[in-house]
Design a protein around this ligand. Structure first.
Ligand code: HMG
Length: 432
């Protein structure tokens, strides 16, 4: 499978789409004239967001903002090959993801559980233990209200799962919070859970004689944890066995360091989110929610730490990478159901369940992280990243499409990647 994608990046966008179509992963056909009518096909226009739909999605709509959409190749997650859709503006992210995926091989990923948590907050509570007792002893009734408020989700096999309470001491006094965990099936569950919370809150107010401050889901998705793991034979890291050992050792050191210095951990995690956000945007998922949850999770020990860990397993001579993060994703509802590009992106991923999507996304984060730290501890980030940045630089200084290739070539030859050099090359090219 991997061989089909060798040199994928050297092909034209049309050739790439043809490959994906031939694999049956994308319905887009560029040449619709020889259609037999036996297969369902789409044109690129079919997957653009129509203005009329966009106008319904947000307020004060004027027109669509566009981002480049690319495909990261070489992924194998739980033994299934994937090409991963990524919407991203930054050069080298998709190259790095494809590179990382090629080098890490099969990634074993698992979504441990998938529930959304919501909270109903009571402020200024004088007797928090008593209020907690009242809520806890009425748990059954509150659960019935929650189920009635999410009938459709319950019919699908989801709905409220658990109710519990906690007291927090603030400057103004105690807050008593009622938490409800909720299985949203294939949706993210934000609307369904918020409805449940707003239906349960009035009963809590009556039972406790306290008016809730707010009822809202939490994006700290601790009940939606995904893990991904890969095992890379150290020998595969370089042709030179000594160098391969050194690379593995340094990747493990970089990982260790990301656990202890928050300055490094932040950048380490930014590299992971480069890939994750790009897939979330392509599939129409709420990347702000995931970002908030992921960074809170990275701080759960009280110190902000790297989300992934790389260790050498001396018994197998492998470099073992692991990532663990909260991913409350959806494959239906909200933007996903109405955005035709998000639908195409899910097609490309073989229409995964929400659990499978989270497993793919966690795997992208792990491969992305591997590529970034491998580059950092070997040749440095600038060589690969800036080489790919050259095209953006050329466009930035005003090169037109007939000039870009030449400016990129000369920038790479010069070894200097900045806009002053790009401007100088363009002026020379234009004979100025
Ligand atoms: P390379 O070693 O020259 O690649 O990497 P290769 O020639 O060995 O090719 C291996 C595979 O990579 C290819 O397989 C492609 O799949 C892919 P093939 O097709 O040959 O069978 N690949 C490409 N895909 C698309 N376009 C390309 C391309 N080149 C290779 N041009 C590479 C070159 C840039 C990939 C490597 O240096 C790399 O992975 N660098 C990391 C870059 C990176 O992480 N960029 C993200 C932005 S930097 C950042 O924001 C995050 C950071 O701060 C995070 C952190 O600090 O942890 C770094």
């Amino acid at each position: 499978m991997n061989q089909i994608f060798n040199g994928f990046y050297k092909k034209t966008p049309q050739e790439r789409l043809e490959i994906l179509h031939k694999l049956g992963w994308s319905k887009i056909r560029l040449d619709l004239t020889d259609e037999t009518g036996l297969e369902e096909v789409q044109s690129i226009d079919d997957i653009q967001l129509p203005n009329l739909v966009a106008d319904q999605m947000i307020e004060n709509y004027v027109f669509n903002y566009q981002l480049p959409l690319g495909v990261a190749v070489n992924f194998i997650v739980n033994d299934i090959p994937y090409s991963v859709p990524m919407a991203v503006e930054e050069p080298s992210v998709i190259a790095a993801a494809s590179n990382g995926a090629k080098k890490v091989g099969n990634i074993k990923a698992k979504m441990l559980k998938r529930e959304t948590i919501g909270q109903i907050v009571l402020p200024n509570v004088e007797k928090p233990m008593l209020i907690q007792d009242i809520i806890n002893s009425n748990e059954q009734e509150l659960m019935e209200i929650a189920k009635a408020a999410s009938e459709n989700m319950v019919k699908r096999g989801g709905g409220p799962r658990k109710i519990w309470t906690q007291t927090f001491e603030g400057d103004s006094g105690a807050f008593v919070t009622t938490y409800i965990s909720f299985d949203p099936c294939e949706a993210m569950g934000a609307n369904a859970l918020n409805t449940v919370l707003e239906n349960v809150a009035p009963r809590i107010a009556t039972l406790t004689d306290h008016e809730p401050l707010m009822s809202i889901l939490s994006n700290y998705a601790t009940e939606a944890i995904v893990t991904a793991r890969c095992e890379i034979p150290i020998i595969s890291l370089d042709k030179d066995a000594m160098l391969a050992e050194e690379i593995a050792h340094n990747i493990a050191l970089a990982s260790e360091y990301a656990q202890i210095d928050p300055y490094r951990a932040t950048t380490h995690n930014k590299g992971i989110m480069n890939g994750i956000d790009a897939v979330l945007i392509a599939t129409g998922n709420d990347w702000r929610a995931v970002e908030a949850g992921v960074h809170a999770y990275a701080s759960r020990s009280g110190v902000y730490r790297g989300l992934s860990k790389w260790k050498i397993d001396h018994s197998t001579n492998e470099l073992v990478g692991e990532i663990e993060l909260p991913l409350q994703l959806a494959t239906v509802g909200g933007t996903i159901s109405v955005h035709p590009t998000a639908q195409w992106a899910l097609d490309l991923l073989h229409q995964p369940t929400a659990n499978e999507l989270a497993e793919i996304v966690a795997s992208v984060g792990l491969a992305q992280n591997f590529a970034a730290i491998r580059a950092l501890v070997t040749e440095g980030i600038q060589k690969g990243h800036m080489a790919l940045q050259a095209r953006s630089l050329a466009l930035q200084v005003g090169a037109d499409l007939t000039e870009v290739d030449e400016v990129v070539k000369k920038l790479r030859e010069s070894g200097i990647m900045n806009s002053t050099k790009a401007k100088e090359i363009l002026s020379l090219l234009r004979g100025k």
